[in-house]
Design a protein around this ligand. Structure first.
Ligand code: PLP
Ligand code: COI
Length: 342
């Protein structure tokens, strides 16, 4: 199969239509089989639930080319399970988890020419999503839904790739206690847009959100969880019911503990403790691991000792191990890498 003629090394994190996308419909209480289509536009009623009451959720995962030329993806079963959780919380019908994984594989296979080559620095971002598609005017769940998967080749989420970023503590909240912060609802991202546009205006790459109830504990950013490394080499990551349970973070905690012999603490992290850490980073599918060099908190500067030039040594080890597993260079736990082709 001939790859598309794309400047893979210089891709940003953007959308580019590829040849095929997957679409399935839910009607009269059941999902149809779903199929691949070349049509990239969606036509639905003007009063669709997604337009009126934001009834939509999504997922994000990546396909990679391994050193020996296979196309693989990483723990798609966990994305299927998390999407099912999102659907239940938003009164949307669950797309069966096994069918979700099958549909991811089918969509990536059909777009194999768009999967960036090994070593290019790019990956194929996979975006499964679902929305209420029939007309709804009273506040209630839709009765009809579309489940879709689009794929698009991407480069690094943050400009500069693995260079440390500067973030700020924001006064905006991302998620309420007992709200929807733990699921991947589109509405969580809509309400973060103002905060991120404002952060960018002020020269910051991201916002650090605090817990909405007390504004004393670290939560996450708009699109990634936090990891911190203590001066004695422990991995610390915030525990909260209102952050997204990142698959990258869960994988990193396992890698740190079981493969690198590190101590791992998943617990509440007071903002006041952040200045004591040796290294800090963001983790997620899009972000992979992005090191943080500095955090500004209302005129107070927290300089992370690892500095602004490169990733700290422990973060680097975690990064290399995780990416090594994803690219098939390092053997990871059984079932983490799902072979799609090759
Ligand atoms: N937190 C938020 C708010 C996100 O949108 C994402 C991205 O999916 C993550 C964390 C990271 O999750 P994952 O590692 O599963 O991609
Ligand atoms: C991801 O990492 O997959 C995300 O969804 C984060 C962001 C692009 C919304």
């Amino acid at each position: 199969m001939e790859k598309k003629n794309i400047d893979w090394a210089n891709l940003g994190f953007g959308y580019m239509p590829t040849d095929y996308r997957f679409v399935a419909h839910y009607k009269n209480g059941a999902w149809d089989e779903g199929e691949l289509t070349t049509e990239s536009n969606v036509t639905i009623n003007e009063c669709a639930g997604v337009f009126q009451y934001a009834q939509t959720c999504f997922e994000g995962l990546k396909a990679y080319t391994t050193e020996d030329g296979k196309i693989v993806c990483f723990r798609p079963d966990l994305n299927a399970a998390r999407m099912a959780d999102s659907c239940r919380r938003l009164e949307m019908p669950v797309f069966p988890e096994d069918k979700f994984v099958e549909a991811v594989i089918k969509t990536v296979k059909a777009n194999a020419a768009w999967v960036p080559p090994f070593g290019s620095g790019a990956t194929l971002y996979i975006r499964p999503y679902m929305f209420g598609s029939n007309a709804v005017i009273g506040v209630k769940p839709a009765e009809e839904y579309e489940f879709r998967i689009l794929v698009t080749p991407v480069g690094p989420y943050f400009k500069g790739g693995a260079k440390p970023i500067v973030i700020r503590v924001t006064d905006f909240d991302r998620a309420a206690p007992h709200g929807t912060g733990h699921i991947k609802a589109g509405l969580n991202y809509a309400m973060s847009l103002h905060a991120i546009v404002d952060a960018h205006k002020e020269g910051y790459a991201e916002n650090m959100y605090l817990d909405a109830a007390t504004r004393t504990y670290v939560e996450e950013t708009g699109g990634a969880n936090f990891i911190f490394i203590t001066k004695d080499g422990k991995l610390v990551t915030p525990k909260s019911d209102s952050i997204l349970p990142s698959i990258t973070r869960r994988s990193l905690c396992y890698v740190a503990k079981e493969m690198l012999g590190m101590e791992v603490e998943e617990r509440k992290v007071p903002l006041t403790e952040v200045s004591e850490f040796a290294e800090a980073g963001l983790c997620g599918t899009a972000a992979v691991i992005s090191p943080i060099g500095r955090i500004d908190d209302h005129g107070k500067t927290i300089n992370i000792p690892a500095g602004m030039d490169e990733m700290g040594p422990v973060t680097k080890k975690l990064y290399e191990t995780l990416v090594g597993i994803q690219q098939g260079k390092i053997a990871g736990p059984e079932g983490w890498v799902k072979v799609i082709e090759g």
